[in-house]
Design a protein around this ligand. Structure first.
Ligand code: ADP
Ligand code: ZN
Length: 214
């Protein structure tokens, strides 16, 4: 029953690894980025508010993301575990999560930090594409679809995220460094932090993560 947090800079590959973990372990992925993009697509008030932050590469306010995660963690499909991808991203979010889990009487098993040098991140992110239907991630050089610019599964045209531009990436990296990196220390103190070198082949990084979990 693994309950996992994937921690890492934008472009570290945590979303890609999360999808692979879902396939292998059969537990749900909880991605705040995906949930916020879904809210934006549906044109909700929260979605509109969130996109003003997201498009510039800033973090969405804590109370907004904490609210959606709380709601998600209250659902019934999490008995076998879950993979938190992109949450928490700040110390107040981590503290709120601890509180929610305590109320649910469950504990985190592992926080996996995928560590990637900043110099690798910009090309990774600007070449990133994804399927608008199944969300499967691709990359124009590192993870090519079989048919150029189309999802292998859904056959629909891939899209690029509005915050995957060079300017937004710089802002996102700064937010990561200032607001998210302190979580490494936070979870080290709780003795559940595990570091994985993310500078390698996808499959290689994946088997390192699987090793940690077993
Ligand atoms: P990445 O990790 O590649 O930046 P995500 O899809 O996880 O991509 O997040 C995209 C954007 O959504 C972030 O830049 C931020 O604006 C917002 N977001 C996602 N998760 C959070 C969070 N936990 N707290 C605040 N903002 C978030
Ligand atoms: Zn697809």
């Amino acid at each position: 029953m693994p309950r996992i947090i994937l921690l890492g800079a934008p472009g570290s590959g945590k979303g890609t690894q999360a999808v692979k973990l879902v396939e292998k372990l059969g537990i749900p992925q909880i991605s705040t980025g995906d949930m916020l993009r879904e809210a934006r697509k549906n044109g909700t008030e929260m979605g509109k508010l969130a996109s003003t932050y997201m498009d510039g590469g800033s973090l969405v306010p804590d109370e907004v993301v904490i609210g959606i995660v709380k709601e998600r963690l209250g659902m019934k499909d999490l008995e076998k575990g879950f993979i938190l991808d992109g949450f928490p991203r700040t110390i107040p979010q981590a503290m709120a999560l601890d509180k929610v889990l305590e109320d649910l009487n469950i504990k985190l098993d592992h926080v996996v930090e995928i560590d990637v040098p900043f110099s690798m991140i910009v090309p990774r992110i600007t070449g990133r594409r994804s399927c608008p239907e199944c969300k499967r991630p691709f990359h124009i050089s590192f993870l090519k679809p079989t048919v150029e610019n189309h999802c292998d599964d859904c056959k629909v045209e891939l899209i690029q995220r509005s915050d995957d531009t060079e300017e937004a990436v710089t802002q996102r990296l700064e937010a990561y460094q200032k607001q998210t990196k302190p979580l490494v220390e936070y979870y080290s103190e709780q003795k559940i932090l595990r570091r994985v070198d993310g500078d390698g082949e996808l499959e290689e990084v994946f088997s390192k993560i699987i090793n940690i979990l077993s």
